[in-house]
Design a binder for this molecule. Structure first.
Ligand code: NAD
Length: 468
């Protein structure tokens, strides 16, 4: 039987109800709307990152064996950069935007006012557990909302660190952290929110959207998908290979939403590409990559079995041309390349989200477009080519959340472009000003005075008035 203390800590629908009421009250007080409040919270996040860098790196190491450099570059620095940009631009972002008016409303003026939405819910995922919690939170703060963050239970060390640090550094009456898994998230999803920002897989994305629909709550869904890499001939194969490797294995060992999921190249190119991948992978991770300190481990045994199942399927197991080694006790899988896997294999049907990289071959490179289009729209698509016409064709015919030509994953670091999916890879976007916009209502405001009061729109209606 649970003790009195344990009973008190259960986070159920009733507790979620109390929490949202508190947030609504604090939002109604106007506290979170002020420029000063927003700036002070953003500055505190930078301070928290600086003062707890070691703790954050350590939590990421516990959750994923994430290499220190990856944690600093892809999680901490990205969070600090988002804050610094918001601090620098906030005044400008908050300012009403002048808008043109028309003859119909003459004389008048108009503007677009950025209004905070209210109480928002952020549900985050495990693979970049610090970044994916803090980055949307920064947008919600910059936009002047009250909020709850629900970090992923699959990265428990980072989740509990966030639950400890955020109340120490941020205004805990307006920014709350709820830790937990399905039942806690479900309790939160029962509530009426002004926006739900969810990062994770599409199955849960559907659950989130259905819950939001009950209250007509808008959602941002940051989902995933199979992000393809098309490799054309006539390119610098060594540079291309290195850029594919850092986007795949250098990003959390393939456990990243925009990691290359599979490669398509021509039959002529495939051999050269495989040779180059083998050479560069060995140069980066050594002869025994299972022991490399520069590769994250697989997050947990569920994901480990999911990945090994993909590798062990009969149709696929004979296609491994590099890697394939695994260490179940330490949840490690070596970078693995597969050549010529059939399109109807499991590995080509679901998002891999791990260190396995199948290569498909086509007779001519343009055939790759049909393969990509036969699946759902990916979160990212990459093309390596020097052919201008092919670039144009790729951009015209492949729909994806984002595209990078001659590199992988880099659009994530460009704050002036939106980051988000399309179709089954998600809806809505964030990063930079787009994060502010994601948590803002654009209120249309038209100003009129009592000067000039054309009678055209007043009854009685006579066509003669139109000819005036
Ligand atoms: P996850 O298991 O951490 O789940 C995400 C969140 O959903 C967690 O907070 C979890 O508690 C919650 N959740 C799980 N089941 C739920 C349920 N039944 N009801 C309500 N809430 C529930 O993460 P994941 O889904 O394994 O993440 C991997 C997926 O996320 C991949 O598809 C990846 O591509 C995608 N992803 C997308 C982005 C992006 O920015 N677009 C970033 C990271 C990951």
């Amino acid at each position: 039987m649970a003790t009195k203390e344990e009973e008190n800590t259960v986070f159920d629908v009733e507790a979620a109800n109390v929490l949202t009421k508190e947030l609504r009250d604090v939002f109604a007080s106007g506290k979170t709307r002020s420029y000063e409040w927003r700036i002070s919270q953003l500055k505190s996040i930078v301070k928290m990152c600086d003062e707890h860098e070691e703790d954050i790196v350590d939590a990421l190491r516990q959750d994923l064996s994430k290499p220190q450099l990856e944690s600093i570059v892809y999680e901490l620095t990205m969070v600090k950069n988002s804050c610094t940009l918001a601090i620098k631009e906030l005044k400008h972002w908050m300012m009403p935007e002048k808008a043109k008016t028309s003859l119909t409303t003459f004389p008048s003026s108009a503007e677009i006012v950025s209004e905070p939405l209210g109480a928002v819910l952020i549900i985050s995922a495990w693979n970049y557990p610090f970044l994916l919690s803090m980055d949307p939170l920064i947008g919600a703060i910059a936009a002047g909302n009250a909020m709850v963050l629900k970090p992923s239970e699959v990265a428990p060390a980072t989740s509990s660190l966030l639950a400890k640090l955020l109340p120490e550094y941020l205004d805990c009456s307006s920014i709350k952290v709820v830790e937990g898994a399905v039942s806690e998230t479900s309790a939160l999803l029962e509530q009426k929110w002004d926006k739900i920002f969810y990062t994770g897989n599409g199955r849960v994305g559907r659950i989130v959207m259905a819950a939001a629909a009950k209250h007509l709550t808008p959602v941002v869904l940051e989902l995933g998908g199979k992000s393809p890499v098309v490799v054309d001939s006539g390119i610098d194969i060594q540079i291309a290979t290195r850029r594919i490797i850092v986007g795949k294995w250098g990003c959390n060992n393939g456990q990243a939403c925009i990691s290359p999921d599979y490669i398509i190249t021509t039959k002529d190119c495939a051999e050269k590409l495989v040779d180059s991948l083998k050479k560069e992978l060995e140069a980066f991770y050594g002869k025994n990559p299972l022991e490399s300190k520069d590769l994250s481990r697989i997050v947990n045994s569920n994901h480990f079995s999911r990945l090994t199942k993909l590798l062990d399927e009969d149709k696929v197991s004979g296609k491994i041309v590099y890697g394939g080694e695994r260490d179940e006790a330490n949840l490690r899988i070596a970078p693995t390349i597969l050549l010529g896997v059939p399109q109807n294999s499991l590995i080509m049907k679901e998002e891999i989200f791990g260190p396995l990289l199948p290569i498909l071959t086509v007779s001519k490179i343009e055939d790759s477009f049909d393969i990509i289009k036969s699946g759902t729209k990916p979160l990212a698509a990459y093309l390596f080519t020097n052919n201008k016409k092919l670039k144009e064709q790729f951009l015209m015919s492949v729909s994806a959340g984002g595209v990078v030509i001659n590199d992988t994953t880099l659009h994530l670091a460009v704050h002036s472009v939106p980051f988000g999916g399309v179709g089954e890879s998600g809806m809505g976007s964030y990063h930079g000003k787009f994060s502010f916009d994601a948590f803002t209502h654009k209120k249309a405001v038209v100003y009129r005075s009592f000067v000039g009061d054309a009678s055209v729109r007043y009854p009685p209606y006579t066509l003669g008035k139109l000819r005036l």
